[in-house]
Write a protein of this length. Structure first.
Ligand code: ATP
Ligand code: MG
Length: 410
């Protein structure tokens, strides 16, 4: 139980940390990218400012495209009507590629764009060229940002790796811390379980003395007791019996919690056992209920026969109690890796909000509370199923009956 809580807590911490860390990393990354872009753009702008008069002069030179791989910047000068005039490039053949690029997505004046070509990345800036305050043409000024781009790709990979590693570390650390934090809770929980177990155990003897005394009183004083006193003694015996049953259930659950149950495991002829129980229940079912069985032959199971019997009593008893009329069915089938026992009724059904709670101790549905009962039946059933390494599944469509399926792995 605490193991599950520890796991859940660690998972929650790790997820929260992951989300928190990822959020900051994303912000950090975008801030860094933005900073780099601004810096590169500033460099392009100042290069333009320094050389804008030269660019104007170049417009009238007839020398066309030159290639110099060693320079930092490159530029292409165009006339107002998009005719190429002059250029200085560092990546041979890029000018044609660029023309294709901005024929698809034109660059507006004074704005910058990113351009990728042959695994190289560039920042491009478009600026007007003035001739006596009139625009005579424009220039596309560019700079390679491949190095920075690679640096950021590596950075992001590293950050993702760091996030993953630190999330795992945080998960492990919180698992360890959760264990530390659970020590006092576990201690008081164990104490409480021991208290319930001891109290149930200690109450058993006085209760059985009380019951036997009532029986003796009923027998020996049969002639002297008034009819009213006889009724009282009878009621007290009933209550004492109920209390004894309740104590037995509590003791069983307490032992289950402390994992101290004694199992008398043997090979159970499950098909025969179910048939016998079905005959018993057939007799006590009201006439309005049709009890049908579908029991596969010759199924055997290794377990504690009295517990399995009790489990079936609990499920069938509930089905009978919460069904006014209609069919109740009991089925047993064997699959390749599991034995499945199902009790289905056509009774009042279980509201959806009750479904996760009905296996809790002392939990009773609204309708059930009008009847006698302890609310321990299904808690006991679940404990028995768990002791046999199985699981119990409930399904119910509101007001259309309930179905309890017990699955035992083979
Ligand atoms: P007892 O401990 O005496 O059996 P109980 O029947 O109220 O009392 P559980 O058997 O643990 O307690 O069942 C818990 C609750 O689940 C019930 O109070 C009832 O609301 C609901 N429930 C169980 N089985 C059915 C069923 N077959 N149909 C409808 N509701 C059911
Ligand atoms: Mg019950």
């Amino acid at each position: 139980m605490f193991h599950k809580t520890r796991k859940k807590l660690s998972l929650l911490y790790a997820t929260l940390f992951f989300l928190f860390f990822s959020f900051f990393l994303i912000i950090f990354y975008f801030a860094l990218v933005n900073l780099m872009n601004t810096q590169q753009l500033d460099e392009l702008e100042s290069h333009y400012e320094k050389q804008k008069y030269d660019f104007y002069a170049y417009m009238h030179e007839q020398q066309r495209l030159s290639y110099d791989p060693d320079q930092n910047y490159f530029y292409y000068i165009y006339t107002k009507d998009h005719n190429f005039v002059h250029g200085d490039e560092t990546y041979k053949g890029m000018q044609q590629q660029l023309e294709q690029f901005y024929s698809h997505s034109p660059i507006s004046e004074n704005s910058s764009v990113h351009f990728e070509w042959q695994e190289h990345y560039f920042l491009l800036l478009k600026k007007p060229i003035y001739e006596k305050h009139n625009v005579a043409g424009y220039i596309i000024l560019g700079k390679s940002i491949t190095l920075q781009k690679h640096f950021f790709q590596k950075t992001i990979q590293l950050l993702i790796l760091l996030t993953c590693i630190s999330t795992i570390l945080i998960g492990l650390l919180s698992y360890y811390m959760a264990r530390k934090a659970m020590v006092p809770i576990q201690w008081s929980f164990d104490k409480q379980k021991k208290f319930v177990s001891d109290a149930s155990h200690e109450l058993r003897t006085p209760l059985s003395i009380f019951y036997s005394s009532l029986e003796i009183l009923e027998l020996e004083e049969a002639h002297t007791l008034s009819p009213f006193s006889k009724e009282l003694v009878h009621d007290m015996k009933d209550e004492a019996q109920l209390m004894e049953a309740l104590l037995e259930k509590l003791l069983f659950l307490a032992r289950h919690d402390q994992q101290q149950w004694a199992q008398h495991q043997e090979v159970i002829p499950l098909s025969d056992l179910l048939k016998k129980i079905a005959i018993k229940f057939q007799k006590i079912m009201p006439a309005e209920i049709q009890f049908v069985t579908e029991i596969e032959e010759n199924i055997e199971f290794f377990g504690d026969i009295t517990k399995i019997q009790e489990l079936l009593y609990i499920l069938l008893d509930n089905a009978k109690l919460y069904t006014k009329k209609g069919p109740i069915s009991l089925s047993l089938i064997k699959e390749s890796n599991a034995i499945k026992m199902t009790v289905t009724d056509n009774g009042i059904g279980i509201p959806e909000h009750d479904l996760p709670l009905i296996f809790d101790r002392f939990y009773r549905g609204d309708v059930a509370r009008q009847r006698n009962g302890t609310g321990l039946g299904l808690a006991l059933a679940k404990a028995i199923v768990e002791q046999h390494s199985g699981k119990i599944i409930v399904s119910s469509a509101d007001s259309k009956g309930a179905s309890f399926q017990v699955i035992f792995p083979i």
